[in-house]
Write a protein that binds this ligand. Structure first.
Ligand code: AMP
Length: 615
């Protein structure tokens, strides 16, 4: 699936048309000096081509035919937009509509340098490609998991509440991406790792990624906080700013400019913000350039220690961004101060490390005896945005690229699993269960046989038996059935019947008293490993699931994920749950497809409950 990814700045537009599967670029456009009389475009790094006087819309309009021509089928169906600030509200990639654009306008003050430009790009692209799905992917979104203590400034509480003063963090798309790359490279699950990601580009930030979630980051409410950057100051004693204002050195706009444009490597070195030049001049003995490099590295070391401390340890430290990916010197200076963590840099590996998007995206620069993996990773924010965009398209059923967008739901009516011995006792010695109808999970079937279930209060007639036989008897009923029978069955995964109540089963050839085995089935999703990967979950995870039903949408918490190559993707709910969501099945039977679909909203935790496979 080809996706157009647009990153609109105040005077620039970056647009990449890329394959969301493998990240292959069909075409890359860079437009500069947008809004001036000499706007120009470069295609795939080629020579500048004048666009004359152009704003965002006219520049995009001029480029569009060539972008379209490069797209598969000559058509762009989905457009992902990088949006720097999503504020409190936007914490996941979101389909763009008029409401979203209006909301973005309202929070523009949070990122005055970025959001207005992002909006200009969105508005231009929407008017030029009105039929495409436009999706906003937010730099702040990955940090939505920052705990309260990490996102709160020690300012008067009421003031922060009233004005929404809090830390948001940025570069989230990149931090999430390279943390994922690191986990892949280490052949580990990100949810088992503590990673510090160091996005060191012209803007720079660190992120503490604890078990897959951002728990701290160095940028704050705006991207000025934290590390020393290309032109941004990073952390400064706020007293200095008060003093500058008081003395009339700067006004508010001047202070903004000073902190965002005139500080950092640029302000320290006096020779610009490109680290390559500064490193060369530092090597030639220029004092201010040496100071700039020293301050830059010292700040990384200091704040990196904070990220590790917040997580109580670290398994991997990943460098990315223009500086992180290319400057062996900066990596070496930083890593040589990390011995206290048991991190050992391999200077040779560091000097020769080369990464690029795709197959060579990660290189290890730590020694074999290092307790912490030191990695360099090629970040790919465009591909991350393209993938997020496609997944929004699938969720909204706008895209059909072969992958199922939702999870089919089936209703599980009350039923009974029996052992071979129980079959003999209830239906007569040597009786074979008679398949009546195959169930969706391979090898499972509803039987012709039914039984009477007798509880302390009442009985249920004609309860269907499911085959094949299992190692233990199990009766799965709904909460309503429990009231009817007069017992209190626990909510359990199939196979977990310890200390559950018993019932009497009556069959044509005899009775069987179960001392335990009655459960209310824990709602669950069967999926194959490839489905699990797509949904970002694993076996025994517990997830929240949104049910799209006609007129009675519902979000179910505590949904158990069960992963096996033997399964077929399907969510099972019981009749009570189905009724609550107004799910209707087409046919009568034990397990009926409803035609509705479910969507995994978020993973919540792992469980340790065991469950048993059918024999
Ligand atoms: P980014 O914002 O991620 O594109 O990073 C851009 C910055 O990376 C440039 O301004 C340079 O300071 C820095 N950079 C790029 N290549 C190198 C290099 N080979 N050595 C040192 N710094 C580099």
């Amino acid at each position: 699936m080809d996706v157009l990814v647009i990153n609109a700045g105040s005077s620039s537009i970056k647009a990449d048309l890329l394959d969301a599967n493998d990240g292959a670029r069909r075409v890359s456009l860079r437009v500069e000096r947008v809004g001036t009389a000499d706007c120009f475009a470069r295609w795939d790094g080629g020579p500048p081509e004048s666009l004359g006087a152009a704003d965002h819309e006219s520049a995009l309009a001029a480029a569009l035919p060539r972008l379209m021509a490069a797209a598969r089928g000559g058509k762009v169906e989905v457009v992902g937009h990088r949006v720097v600030h999503g504020g409190e509200r936007f914490v996941t990639p979101s389909a763009i509509d008029d409401d979203l654009v209006a909301e973005l306008h309202k929070i523009s003050h949070l990122a005055p340098l970025h959001n207005p430009a992002n909006i200009a790009g969105i508005e231009a692209a929407r008017s030029l490609l009105p039929d495409a799905l436009h999706v906003a992917v937010f730099d702040t979104a990955f940090h939505a998991t920052l705990p309260r203590r990490a996102r709160t400034y020690a300012l008067p509480y009421e003031l922060s509440e009233r004005l929404g003063l809090r830390r948001y963090g940025f570069h989230g798309t990149s931090h999430a991406w390279v943390a994922g790359l690191a986990a892949q490279w280490l052949d580990a699950d990100l949810r088992d790792l503590r990673v510090v990601t160091c996005h060191l580009g012209n803007g720079a930030s660190l992120c503490a990624v604890e078990y897959g979630r951002s728990v701290d980051t160095t940028m704050g409410m705006t991207p000025v906080e934290g590390l020393a950057m290309g032109t941004r100051a990073g952390d400064v004693d706020p007293g200095i700013l008060i003093d500058l204002l008081r003395r009339g050195e700067v006004d508010v706009d001047g202070l903004d400019h000073l902190l965002n444009r005139e500080s950092g490597l640029f302000g320290l070195s006096g020779v610009g913000n490109d680290l390559r030049d500064i490193e060369a001049r530092a090597a030639a003995g220029e004092d201010r350039c040496q100071l700039a490099v020293n301050v830059y590295c010292h700040r990384i070391v200091r704040l990196l220690g904070g990220m590790v401390a917040v997580m109580g340890g670290v398994d991997a430290i990943v460098f990315c961004g223009g500086v992180g990916e290319n400057s062996a010197q900066i990596r070496s200076r930083v890593a040589s101060r990390l011995g206290y963590l048991g991190a050992r840099l391999d200077e040779e590996r560091n000097a020769t490390a080369r990464v690029s998007r795709g197959d060579q995206a990660v290189a290890r620069i730590s020694g074999d005896n290092s307790r912490v993996a030191l990695l360099v990773a090629a970040t790919d924010e465009e591909l991350a945005i393209a993938r997020a965009t496609v997944s929004v398209g699938r969720d909204r059923h706008v895209l059909d690229d072969g992958a199922p967008s939702g999870i089919p739901i089936a209703i599980s009516a009350r039923h009974i699993h029996l052992t071979c011995e129980a079959v003999d006792q209830l239906f007569g010695p040597g009786h074979q269960l008679t398949p009546r109808k195959p169930l969706s999970q391979p090898g499972q079937f509803a039987c012709e046989e039914t039984l009477t279930v007798v509880g302390p209060r009442r009985r249920l007639e004609s309860v269907r038996v499911l085959g094949p036989e299992r190692r233990a008897c199990q009766v799965e009923i709904s909460r309503t059935d429990e009231f009817h029978l007069g017992l209190d069955a626990p909510v359990r995964a199939s196979g977990d019947v310890a200390k559950s109540p018993g019932v009497t089963l009556i069959g044509p050839a005899g009775e069987l008293e179960l001392t335990e085995g009655v459960i209310c089935a824990w709602r669950h999703i069967h999926m194959r490993p490839e489905d699990a990967e797509r949904f970002g979950v694993r076996d025994k995870d517990v997830v929240d699931v949104a049910i799209d039903s006609e007129g009675r949408d519902l979000v179910f918490g505590d949904v158990l994920v069960r992963v096996s190559p033997k399964y077929v993707l399907e969510m099972h709910v019981d009749t009570d749950e189905a009724n609550a969501a107004e799910l209707r099945s087409g046919a009568e039977g034990v397990l009926d497809a409803t035609g509705a679909t479910a969507r995994v909203l978020r993973r919540r935790q792992d469980t340790t409950r065991n469950h048993e496979e059918p024999r």
